[in-house]
Design a binder for this molecule. Structure first.
Ligand SMILES: [Zn+2]
Length: 155
């Protein structure tokens, strides 16, 4: 659904039963910070330890990050993007250059793996940032930090 709101305009959020809706978190800066693999709250601390492991909390601002449920989302997006980029390019390369099949396979294998490895942690950062900004799962402190996790059905 396209966002038709004006810049800076606050979206009408239906009030929940308590009437004290927590302040909305800005989505775009959070996504950019997540793409840079930084904490979505402060942008300073690193979100990931190692290649894909999300830290329990930001080392800079101590924002809890363990609530994330990125699961297979980043991998799905990576496959979607890499597939849609590489499929037309391999056709174009084949039609234009008619390379030796072994060369074509080698170049595109390396290119596909490299692009996937480059995209995956960035998309995971953006995914976690999206969940943080939208207060999904346990990122909504108003729902109660401990109670929200205990009530969720295990999957
Ligand atoms: Zn932080």
């Amino acid at each position: 659904m396209p966002d038709t709101s004006l810049p800076g305009e606050r979206l009408a959020v239906p009030t929940d039963r308590s009437g004290s809706q927590p302040e909305e978190r800005p989505l775009r800066p959070a996504l950019i910070r997540g793409w840079r693999r930084r904490c979505p709250a402060c942008g300073g601390g690193p979100m990931l330890s190692g290649y894909l492991t999300v830290r329990d909390a930001c080392p800079a601002c101590h924002e809890d990050l363990h609530h994330h449920r990125a699961d297979d989302g980043p991998a799905y997006l990576t496959i979607l993007i890499v597939g849609h980029l590489m499929a037309p390019v391999i056709l174009w390369a084949f039609v234009t250059f008619r390379p030796d099949p072994l060369i074509l396979a080698s170049v595109f294998s390396v290119g596909t793996v490299a692009l996937s490895l480059w995209l995956l942690p960035r998309l995971k950062g953006a995914f976690v940032a999206l969940q943080w900004a939208k207060r999904m799962h346990g990122f909504d402190e108003a729902a109660g930090s401990g109670a929200a996790r205990g009530g969720a059905a295990g999957s």
